[in-house]
Design a protein around this ligand. Structure first.
Ligand code: ADP
Ligand code: MG
Length: 575
């Protein structure tokens, strides 16, 4: 945790918090002595002026103590808040740069918990440390010294009460500690189930799995609640134990003290102040031990945060990137093979092709054939296992990633839209796009018509993930967002599947007639034969193998897999 916090706290505010804390402790330690003076020299002798005097002094010191305490709280809390902000920013920045591989590894829900709950734990403990970590030992030691100075003989009671308290705390914490660490994992689990239920809410309903999901969530939630109740019940045991020991100590003090007072070996005021010191000592001792409970919990959170921050990107940025050769556009796959982490089988095997400006490649194959995997390699969402991908003759792994991404416009298989407006979504593709460019892109994507029908046109609201549009409309908007981007390579991963045959054909025709896109490289992933017929090259994929390559006419004659696909889709009709 130290590593995580060290560079993220500011030196001066932390020192200020410590300084205020010391002033506060100093004030607290002085008050009982003044009480004792007031009783010894004022009350017993009936000296009213002295009482007023000391009273005023006490009031002043108490006031300073309160101000110092407020100062300490102010600096401690602002530092902790700022620390939380910095940690969340650092995590978000890191996660934004994660490749799919890293996201797969942690899981989205765990990343969420780490950014929210775990950071909160650190934040809370930071306040605690800045408030108590110094205060408790200072009060403890100061209290013992002051108690000793005010009455040596009475300090004997601590020899009994402090070890008793230590044993009680030790027993409680040894049970509570492990419970606290398991709480974090259980929150992860709640988030996971909740997220799954939320993203899959339609599927859940359609398959009548509501009860199953509900039970799953209740189980996770109950498991968390049970553990939390156990842990906090154990901790709450501390207060009665503490009270018991404190009262026992006071009885001891009065017992011994009463004898001393009656023998005139001690003044009554000292007895009172000693009892206050005793409460202070025991209380700080308990506070200190509480800090030690929460530190392991925060430590667990810190480890989880650090784990994310320390993750090495699987997609490595070349430290000395080569610049892209702009003279001639080409995209080449040379013997490319790929395997997902922990997968037994390769998802792609020796893929070869070479495309030039103005050419269209179509990739066809059944579900799970590896089509998405293949196109995901182009923007380096994953890196190849062996072989090479060249853009304009340069290995893409030696290019800077931002440069590479600039060249590529990608429509993912699962069309994702941002919450905002049509306009703001299109601006993701091209930030400074004009209205004309927007309408042109929408026109090409066959989306202009239904946007025109909306009351607010380009400024119509898009809900999170485009929930207020149909699947086909979402796809067309995602296509418009991609084609508005000035790029060299346009990739459409199964983007035409939710469109009817007529719209699909119109869209492809519009793309091939567009001035900009007709000079670029276009890759179309499809499962439908009709979508691929006009491509310059077609690659037929089956279980990651390239089982055929050529034009529609060639493949139709010679390739058995291709013929099978045709047969299954058109029942032998000629196209
Ligand atoms: N993130 C992943 N981790 C492990 N295996 C994956 C992952 N994504 C896809 N696969 C596997 O790789 C194969 C190809 O998947 P994919 O490229 O999505 O097929 P397609 O797009 O042709 O339907 C499938 O067997 C699939 O199970
Ligand atoms: Mg796919």
């Amino acid at each position: 945790m130290y590593k995580l916090v060290r560079n993220r706290l500011e030196k001066w505010p932390v020192l200020a918090a410590a300084l205020f804390m010391i002033i506060q402790v100093f004030c607290n330690l002085n008050l009982p002595t003044l009480t004792s003076d007031m009783i010894n020299k004022g009350v017993s002798t009936g000296n009213t002026t002295y009482i007023w005097h000391t009273g005023a002094k006490m009031l002043g010191i108490a006031l300073i103590g309160i101000l110092a305490s407020a100062g300490n709280v102010f600096f401690a809390s602002t530092q902790a808040q700022k620390l939380g902000t910095k940690l969340r920013n650092a995590l978000f920045e890191k996660v934004l740069n994660f490749g799919n591989h890293e996201v797969d590894k942690f899981g989205a829900s765990s990343l969420t918990t780490r950014t929210t709950n775990d950071v909160l734990q650190i934040q809370n403990v930071t306040v605690m440390i800045l408030r108590m970590m110094l205060q408790a030992p200072a009060m403890l030691i100061g209290g013992i010294i002051m108690a000793y100075l005010s009455e040596k003989k009475l300090t004997i009671v601590f020899l009994v009460s402090l070890p008793l308290l230590a044993i009680a705390i030790g027993i409680v914490m040894s049970f509570a500690g492990p419970l606290f660490s398991s709480l974090q994992k259980k929150i992860d689990r709640i988030n996971l189930v909740f997220r799954e239920g939320l993203t899959g809410v339609r599927v859940v309903r359609a398959f009548r799995q509501d009860n199953f999901e509900q039970n799953r969530f209740e189980d996770a939630n109950k498991s968390y609640t049970d553990t939390a109740i156990k842990a906090f019940s154990l901790v709450s045991l501390m207060f009665p134990i503490m009270t018991l020991i404190l009262n026992g100590t006071n009885i001891g003090i009065i017992w011994i003290g009463a004898n001393l007072v009656s023998d005139r070996l001690m003044e009554i005021g000292n007895l009172v102040s000693f009892m206050t010191y005793a409460a202070m000592i025991l209380f700080s001792f308990m506070m200190l031990s509480m800090v030690f409970v929460f530190i392991p919990r925060a430590q667990a959170a810190a480890v989880r945060i650090q784990e994310v921050l320390d993750t090495e990107y699987s997609i490595k940025e070349d430290s000395n990137p080569t610049s892209l050769n702009n003279s001639e556009l080409s995209l080449e796959f040379k013997n490319v093979a790929f395997r997902y982490a922990h997968a037994e089988r390769r998802a792609l095997e020796s893929i070869n092709f070479n495309l030039h400006s103005g050419e269209t490649l179509a990739i066809i194959g059944g579900t799970g054939a590896g089509k998405s995997t293949l196109v995901n390699l182009i923007p380096r969402l994953y890196d190849v296992e062996s072989g090479q991908i060249n853009l304009n003759g340069t290995d893409i792994s030696t290019l800077s990633q931002s440069k590479l991404h600039e060249q590529i416009a990608f429509v993912q298989q699962k069309a994702f839209l941002f919450k905002g407006t049509i306009r703001s979504n299109l601006q993701v593709g091209k930030p400074n796009a004009t209205e004309d460019e927007m309408w042109h892109a929408l026109e090409l994507a066959q989306a202009a018509e239904f946007i025109k029908d909306l009351d607010n046109g380009l400024d119509s609201i898009v809900e999170h993930n485009g929930a207020n549009f149909s699947g086909g409309q979402r796809q067309r908007l995602a296509i418009a967002r991609a084609i508005i981007k000035p790029a060299d390579v346009y990739i459409f991963d199964d983007s035409f599947s939710a469109l009817d045959f007529k719209t699909d054909a119109k869209l492809r025709k519009a793309l091939s007639n567009d001035k900009k896109i007709s000079q670029s490289i276009v890759i179309i992933v499809a499962q439908r034969i009709a979508t691929v017929t006009t491509a310059n090259q077609i690659i037929v994929l089956d279980e990651g193998q390239n089982v055929g390559k050529g034009t529609h006419a060639e493949l139709k004659k010679t390739n058995s897999t291709y013929q099978e696909i045709i047969k299954s889709q058109l029942k032998g009709e000629d196209i």
